[in-house]
Design a protein around this ligand. Structure first.
Ligand SMILES: NC(=O)C1=CN([C@@H]2O[C@H](COP(=O)(O)OP(=O)(O)OC[C@H]3O[C@@H](n4cnc5c(N)ncnc54)[C@H](OP(=O)(O)O)[C@@H]3O)[C@@H](O)[C@H]2O)C=CC1
Ligand SMILES: CC(=O)C(=O)O
Ligand SMILES: [Mg+2]
Length: 639
């Protein structure tokens, strides 16, 4: 008997591959349709292994040949008893068994399925219909009350890492509650699931999670990456965040620890954290997000010598070996998900980041968050800061501490942009020895080693820290900026907080309350001489969720710089008088969904204008379209 591989649910039930419905069939499955692709996918990926264990075969056309012979009676002396039909309990350690699972959840399985679990919010009727009686205490509570209770619990934890772990735990047990919490308490919880706590978690923790959260693609998967992608249960992927772990925030090469994991448990701090923001801040469905960690080894000696490190225990592959793996990945992504999947490069070291962006920018829908997202958010912040200092960007002089990915490419203003790297000011006499992406910024000037001397010589109006090194904006540096400028603009972009070039308190205190300050990781408001200063958070999290949504909703096939400018403008436009009065150069995160919808609309409009959009006809009201297409974390009612 041969069945095509795309079974209907009824076929699967007939074959005893799914449980038989109790009651009416249409009442049986309360789950969204993506259950079906998952059934389909898990069959495709594990067909030969699973079915051959049941005495079945897959023919060359992809059809499954189910042999109708009765499975052998379990032997009476097996320790697992007569119910041990697959021999799992009876198997000795050296005997292979099949990791059998059912895809449609009910009862106990439903409570353990993070996509559908509602915990105590299951109604009495749902408890009857879905075999939940006895598995839950009697109280039924609303999702709102669950949010209140969870916030209460979180606020009791003193240590940020405990909050982080509680949030990750929630994401793994009840996804909708996780997102409702994050959306409704974004200002309080962003520092928990994102910078700074995610950085601390990546550094300190190996053992938090208990189930896979994304795909690991290492050199061992070379030649099989398409297969690996097909192992992921969701099919309709719209955004991939991929890292190779070489420059995680300002913490350097964390190898696979950009993905936190140990021998028994694994997760993915950075790609998962960024994708949580795609959903919470930008409204992209969680099931459409795919976190990926590429493992080509690590140059972090500590990890290489750590007996518990389970990334590839070798130095990083470079050159052709690296390029080939990345190319196979990029090709497989396009083949598996098509041309409209957004691929966000995250925290690659600059020697790969610029090249990958240039290479795949013309063939894929790629976006480098650290290069392009940061440029876009900084530009928006500078536009906001102009309200305080007047003039246009062309009237300002910018000095960057850090000459890596995180710079602003303002071509026309290049003569007013100066960079300092670890060896000092980037000047023409260094041109032969510096990396190619620094060359356009080399000015004719005598070499200067120290930042404070560069500040004195260049006299910048804006000082931007992107060095990844904490406390480099010293008191002398900030005081010099304040001597040179009535309102010095100081942005400490490096993350996490430990790497911030200076704190908000230092910036306000050392400038005697005159600095216009924002930082990559959040700082609390500062009281200085009776006045409260509210520092902004200059973080690409303002941009990428809305930017990605704009690409998705317009079906864009390539990113264009004008779209990033459109995103900057959309963000800057939302700085209102009330924010400006508090000294802010970014609107608060609490309005982020609205901000993201506006950014998405402007990005999509630009994509249509440039002829890069494929979703036609163009919706009339793009902002409304963005808002209405956003994922809502409210629970569904199960029939
Ligand atoms: N707020 C935000 O949204 C974002 C913040 N970031 C943060 O920016 C930081 C840097 O990221 P990125 O640009 O990608 O990193 P890169 O590694 O690409 O660049 C770091 C740059 O800093 C220079 N540098 C390092 N140490 C010093 C020092 N002591 N003095 C002067 N310069 C120094 C390096 O010099 P050399 O070239 O000589 O090695 C290099 O040019 C990170 O902390 C990251 O978290 C990144 C993206 C977004
Ligand atoms: C914010 C961010 O992307 C970074 O620090 O790398
Ligand atoms: Mg980053």
């Amino acid at each position: 008997m041969a069945f095509p591989i795309d079974h209907s649910l009824a076929d699967l039930t007939k074959l005893n591959l799914l449980p038989k419905p109790h009651g009416h069939a249409s009442d049986m499955f309360p789950f969204r349709l993506s259950v079906f692709p998952r059934v389909h996918l898990s069959l495709r990926t594990s067909t030969s292994r699973v079915l051959s264990s049941l005495g079945s075969k897959v023919d060359p056309n992809g059809s499954v040949l189910i042999e109708t012979t009765t499975p052998p009676e379990p032997s009476p002396d097996v320790t697992g008893g007569v119910q041990d039909v697959y021999g799992e309990d009876a198997a000795t350690e050296d005997m292979p068994i099949t990791p059998w699972s059912l895809s449609v959840a009910s009862g106990y399985t439903l409570l353990r399925d993070p996509h559908h679990n509602k915990g105590l919010a299951f109604s009495q009727r749902e408890r009857d219909a879905h075999y939940l009686r006895g598995l839950l205490p009697p109280t039924v509570i609303s999702q709102d009350l669950q949010v209140k209770k969870m916030m209460h619990t979180l606020r009791h934890y003193q240590v940020p890492l405990q909050r982080y772990m509680a949030m990750m735990d929630l994401q793994e047990t009840n996804e909708r509650l996780f997102y409702k919490l994050l959306i409704e308490h974004v200002e309080e919880l962003l520092p928990v699931v994102y910078t700074p706590t995610v950085g601390e978690a990546c550094q300190k923790y190996g053992s938090i999670f208990l189930r896979p959260q994304g795909l690991f693609i290492s050199l061992k998967e070379k030649g099989k990456i398409l297969e690996v992608l097909r192992n992921w249960p969701e099919k309709n992927i719209q955004v991939i965040v991929v890292t190779d772990g070489e420059r995680i925030l300002g913490l350097g090469d964390l190898g696979c620890q950009a993905s936190l994991f140990d021998l028994d448990s694994f997760g993915m701090g950075i790609p998962v954290g960024k994708l949580s923001l795609y959903t919470a801040l930008g409204g992209v469905r969680p099931s459409a997000c795919l976190p990926v960690t590429i493992d080509v080894g690590t140059n972090n000696e500590k990890l290489l010598n750590d007996e518990f490190y389970i990334g590839l225990r070798q130095r990083r592959a470079t050159g052709e070996e690296y390029a080939e793996l990345m190319h196979e990945f990029m090709t497989a992504v396009k083949q598996n998900y098509g041309e409209k999947v957004v691929i966000q490069f995250e925290d690659f070291a600059n020697h790969n980041a610029f090249d990958l962006l240039a290479k795949y920018g013309t063939t894929h829908l790629v976006f480098n968050d650290d290069i392009q997202g940061t440029a876009s958010v900084v530009l928006a912040g500078l536009i906001g800061a102009l309200r305080f200092v007047g003039g246009s960007l062309a009237n300002h002089r910018f000095l960057f501490l850090g000459a890596g990915e995180c710079q602003i490419p303002l071509e026309e203003a290049r003569k007013n942009i100066w960079l300092v790297d670890s060896k000092g000011l980037i000047v023409s006499s260094r041109k032969e020895s510096i990396q190619h992406f620094k060359k356009p910024w080399a000015h004719d000037h005598k070499p200067i080693k120290e930042l404070v001397d560069a500040v004195k010589a260049i006299k910048p109006t804006v000082l931007i820290g992107t060095s990844g090194v904490g406390q480099t904006f010293t008191q002398e540096v900030v005081e010099t900026m304040a001597e040179l400028n009535e309102k010095p603009i100081i942005l400490s972009l490096s993350n996490p907080t430990s790497q911030s070039e200076c704190t908000a308190e230092q910036a306000y205190k050392w400038s005697k309350g005159r600095a216009i300050f924002a930082s990559g990781s959040p700082f609390a408001p500062v009281e200085y001489e009776g006045k409260t200063f509210v520092p902004g958070q200059a973080n690409n999290a303002y941009i990428f969720p809305g930017f990605g949504l704009g690409l998705i909703m317009s079906g864009t096939i390539r990113v264009h710089d004008d779209m990033l400018l459109a995103a900057s403008e959309a963000l800057a436009e939302q700085l209102m008088e009330e924010h400006y009065e508090k000294g802010m150069i970014f609107p608060p995160f609490r309005n982020i969904r609205k901000i993201s919808a506006r950014i998405a609309a402007k990005v999509a409009a630009k994509a249509y204008e440039l002829g890069l959009a494929t979703r036609l006809p163009q919706p009339k009201e793009l902002e409304k379209c963005a808002e209405s297409s956003m994922y809502s974390p409210s629970y569904h009612s199960y029939r």
